[in-house]
Design a binder for this molecule. Structure first.
Ligand SMILES: NC(=O)c1ccc[n+]([C@@H]2O[C@H](COP(=O)([O-])OP(=O)(O)OC[C@H]3O[C@@H](n4cnc5c(N)ncnc54)[C@H](OP(=O)(O)O)[C@@H]3O)[C@@H](O)[C@H]2O)c1
Length: 286
């Protein structure tokens, strides 16, 4: 039986990884934040020595982008050195590591979507620290995996960010609040059930290296909000707004990800709007 440890098993992606791998018949060992802090190498190696699974998937992150900007040292400690602690301990124990990364490793200045061949070019502290985590993960063992996802929504809601965009829109619409959402940032939303399924298939196919694993297609945050209201049949005033590009916190303008590499392995990539419908059913919103 194949085995996997999941760091961050109660998080938005982690909880679906636990479900998807368990249903597929894998032995799944959850490693919670109560048991380890990825930035503490002894806690990581101590936990991995006990579990000794084939794989370890690291979903832990400090990912409030504005807070990362204010405390870039903490962002590096968790997102980059934490990733190193996991990848090095895993390598020393003969395990392989998967690091969950982000579209924010890119500047967003490209016209097209970003493929795995594009060089990273982060514009903020969060993106820099995730790019660091990617590099150390693959440097520790070329058989490791880096999985890039973006604009994540999953039933558990992000513990680190306090929910997700879909729930924010639904809550505000139900409260009758008018919505103002930016229409000048393009991204590829990711349903955690679909991302977890793709990660399972990549491990089953013994893949290594970097993969974009968002849902297919891209949209603006405004387009995402429109689709949420359409599918839930909620009505509230929805206005488009513009990003303040002069802000000290820089964000990628176009971080949509190209998923041809994963599709080339015949791993299915449902569209983000189809993933959204299944999410809304899962949460009982429709
Ligand atoms: N959310 C997004 O929109 C998004 C977009 C692109 C990429 N990503 C990446 O996707 C991954 C998963 O995101 P998510 O939304 O599922 O995150 P999440 O819900 O915040 O889950 C993170 C999990 O990691 C645990 N954790 C946090 N810091 C830790 C630490 N220092 N040591 C050990 N465990 C720690 C958390 O436990 P506690 O809650 O107990 O602290 C939680 O269970 C992250 O790597 C993130 O960078 C997310």
């Amino acid at each position: 039986m194949s085995s996997v440890s999941i760091i961050g098993p109660n998080g938005q992606l982690g909880s679906d990884l636990v479900k998807v791998f368990s249903v597929a018949g894998w032995k799944v060992v959850p490693i919670t934040h109560g048991e380890i802090s990825v930035e503490n190498p002894e806690s990581v190696s101590g936990a991995l020595k006990i579990v000794r699974t084939d794989w370890v998937i690291n979903t832990a992150a400090f990912h409030k982008v504005d807070e990362c900007e204010k405390d870039s040292q903490k962002a590096w400690e968790i997102n980059a050195f934490g990733a190193k602690n996991v990848a090095v301990a895993a390598r020393d124990l003969g395990m392989r590591a998967v690091f969950i990364s982000s579209d924010y490793v890119y500047s967003g200045n490209k016209e097209d979507s970003y493929s795995e061949c594009d060089l990273v070019s982060p514009v903020n502290a969060y993106g820099h620290s995730k790019a660091g985590g990617e590099a150390v993960t693959l440097a520790a063992n070329e058989k490791n995996l880096v999985i890039r996802i973006a604009s994540v929504f999953g039933a558990a809601g992000s513990s680190g960010k306090g929910g997700n965009f879909v729930e924010t829109i639904i809550n505000k619409a139900k409260a009758g609040e008018p919505l103002s959402v930016v229409d000048d940032i393009l991204m590829s939303p990711t349903y955690t059930v679909d991302a977890a399924q793709k990660i399972l298939e990549l491990l089953n196919l013994n893949q290594s290296g970097t993969f974009n694993a968002t849902n297919s297609g891209s949209t603006t945050w405004f387009g995402f909000a429109q689709e949420i209201l359409k599918q839930t049949k909620l009505t509230t005033e929805l206005n488009s707004s513009k990003t303040n590009w002069e802000s000290a916190l820089k964000r990628p303008k176009n971080s949509s990800l190209d998923i041809k590499k994963i599709e080339g392995l015949s791993i299915s990539s449902p569209s983000w709007s189809e993933g959204l419908s299944r999410y809304l059913v899962e949460k009982g919103h429709i």
